[in-house]
Every structure is written in C-alpha cells, then in structure tokens.
Design a protein around this ligand. Sequence first.
Ligand code: ATP
Ligand code: MG
Length: 394
Amino acid sequence: MKLSKEWDVALRVIDKIENGGFEAVIVGGAVRDHLLERQVNDVDVATSALPSEVKQIFSSTVDVGIEHGTVLVLDEGEPIEVTTYRTEGTYSDYRRPEEVAFVRNLEEDLQRRDFTINAMAYTKEGNIVDLYGGKEDIENRVIRAVGDPNIRFREDALRMLRAIRFGAQLGFSIEGETLKAIQIDSDLIDFIANERISMEMAKIWKSKYVYYGLQVLNESNLSKFLVGHFAEQLEDWRTFKAEKSEVGWAYLCLLNRQDFQKIVEFYRLSNKEKTYIRKVLKAFDALRQKWTAMDYFSNELEVLETAYDFACWQNEKPAFEKEHIKAVKSNLPLQSMNQLAINGNHLVNLTSRKKGPWIKVALDAATIAVLNGYVENDEDKLKEWFLNDFIDER
Ligand code: ATP
Ligand code: MG
C-alpha cells in the first residue's frame, strides 16, 4: 500500500532527531492504520528528546502542547507532532491527568496508551515495537486494554467510549475482560467533560460500522449514561451511513425530537450544527408531504439528499430515486433569487410607489410564480404578471 506523504515526512523528522543523538519512532494510530492497510492520516512521532531538545534540532516549530511534551515540527513541509516519551502522573476524578512526567524510554510511553492496537511503535528501519500483542489483536480484530482494564478505565473513563469508537471504525470486537470492565465502570463516564464525549460520538457517526458500534454501546451499558435512546432505537440505525458527523447528530435528533434541546446541550453542539439539523428535519417533514418546487429551490442539494436518506433509514423510501433530486433541482427555472429577471427598482418604476417592505413580498411572490411555472423568468413577462396578477390580488 502506498504510504501517505506524512509518513515519509515523519521518517525524515525521525532521522534528524536520531542524528541529534536521541531516539524517535512513529507511534499510535498511524502504526495501527499502517498495519491495517487503512489510510494513514495524522502521523505522530514520539521521542526520547525533551521538548527543548526537539526545538534545538528543528528550525521551525510551534509549541502546540508543550506542557504535555508536544512540539509541532514544520521543517519538512507537512506539520508533524513530536511528543516526548512520557508517563501520566496521578489521576483524579477518573479524568486524564493534568500533569505528565517525561521519561527517556519508549516502553513506559507505550504502557500509558489505551489499547494494544494503539500501543505499538514503528522504527525508521521498519521494525514494529509491540510489547502488548497489538499485532495479534489486529489479526484477531479485537480491542483490548493495555494492562488491567478496570485500572485503565478508572484512570481515564473516556477510554471506555474510545473502545466503542474504535470498534465502530474498525469493526473490531471488544475483548471479554475489557468489555466486562466497561460494563462495571460505565457510570464513570459521567465524570468526563461533555466535549470529549461529543468528539468520540462524532467519530462514531462517521464510522464504517455505526450500527455495530451502537450495539456494543448498549451492551457495554455506556448508552445508559448518554443522551439518546440508543437501546430502544437500535434498529433505526441499521442502515445509517454518514460522511460527516452533522448527519449523525441530525438523525439522532430526528429519532428523539422531543429531546432536541437536551441533545444539543449535552453534546455541546454548535450553532452551525443546530442550524444544519433544523434544515434537514424541515426538509424531511416536507418530503412526507411531497417536496414542492420551493423546497427544491430553498434547500441545498446535500440537505435534500440527507433528508432522503433519513426517509430510507426510516423505511419510508420515497417513490423516486435519489438521483432524481439533483435533476429536479438543476432543472428549476431559477437557481437563486438574484437570477430573477426583475428587481426592486423595476417594481418602483412600474408603480411609482415608495420603496418599502412590499418589494420583498412582491419579489418572493414572483419567485414562487416562476418556480411553479405560472410565469416565465423574463423581464417583460414578469412586469406583466406583476401589474395584472400581483397588484390585482392586493
Ligand atoms: P484517530 O486519530 O484515528 O482518531 P488515534 O489512535 O490516532 O486515532 P488519538 O486520539 O489521535 O487516536 O490518539 C493518539 C494516540 O494516543 C492513540 O493511538 C493512543 O495511543 C494514545 N491515546 C489517546 N488518547 C488516549 C487516552 N485517553 N488514554 C490513553 N492513550 C490515549
Ligand atoms: Mg490521531
């Protein structure tokens, strides 16, 4: 498989760090995804060098998380995060620790990582450092905590939801002891900041195996502590598939309309997300009545297609095919209001009336008349329509 550009950049970064007399390796998700032959995105480098030492080696760096040992190296074109080997200090309140301790050996760094599949390192020579059987777990498609799962989840309860998220992304099962520990400790998720929960859920929505992921979310007991009726509504998710997380939030709101406010608050959804959700739900309702030319006109194609998907996932597949939406939309006599052949000035000149809110009312009515085919989008025809039909009706 072709490796990403970032992977090569990371190897060059490693080379420079090694030339500086330190150790450096690729770690975490990139190693996992490389072994799985999945698309590798963020390539993280871990090193025995302290942040100050990393900064001496490279000419262009940014302190993105220096208190946690992370320096962003910009020297090689693509930005690469370089993090000093570290262990995590004491944990309190089941949340990840605020302080970390830098260490000089890789073994300790790998030990703090959440799952065996995420706890491997890749050396410049192409060797895999695999202290916890991550490779074997990848082969067997299981997610297993590094060390005692109960201890690890009590250190940072978010790891429980991360297990489900990786399950949903990869289609892996959760190893028995790890799952049992989540079932026991599921209530500790209440200690985790909603923003962190939301980020994991957003990744679940974009996953390949959402239905399976939610099944495990229920099985793990975690769903009891999250907003959304995942146990009762599991079947509604059977055919769900999304490329962006907003679609997941919107579908969750569709299934739980009475809890809209609770959902947006719990998952800390942004105004942009809220606006998107409202648009899709409105289009979904309109589809049940049958979309009018105005519905096709006023909604973006993606919103219409998502509302169409919702209908399919709800076993209400419309009588037309999805491709039809694009065709109808592009055949509309107008694509936007500013394509209308008359404007406010035309109307003022025609009537000698003063400018006022009536202009918007008239232009909206003209838009509807054009969309519905009552009048052509032509300046003279629209003027005629305006004088005969619109003014008459007033
Ligand atoms: P992706 O970026 O595809 O979501 P990832 O594995 O890179 O997946 P990140 O959240 O970016 O996940 O974390 C990078 C690595 O840091 C993980 O692979 C894991 O080794 C470690 N890690 C992240 N979060 C935790 C955590 N809460 N507890 C322990 N280790 C963690
Ligand atoms: Mg990552």
